[in-house]
Write a protein that binds this ligand. Sequence first.
Ligand SMILES: [Zn+2]
Length: 117
Amino acid sequence: MHELSLAQSMVEDIVAAARREGADRIVRIRLVVGALSGVDADAFEFAFPVAAEGTPAAGADLRIREVPLAVHCRDCGATTSPDPLLCRCETCGSAAVDVTAGRELKVEALEIHVPVG
Ligand SMILES: [Zn+2]
């Protein structure tokens, strides 16, 4: 399962980042998943607790924000949100488009718990 290995490497990164801040556990994670990122948000949500088990990220509240594909057309200048499989301008049908959103796969925000003292 593709999403499980992704979730595992993301948990490693998050735990390493949280430890640098002196945190003992991770409370909340906000993840951004673009339509072109190749990650299935539902599968990732399912894989995450498995990957986080036994780490400081176990039990963290995972929120996934899905970002739809957005393309800017070089022919007509329109910005549209076509089907990721077609990836053409919805206004004029041109394939000369630049992807402006939808490739994201990143942690947008991390809430950690730092022990006092
Ligand atoms: Zn166009």
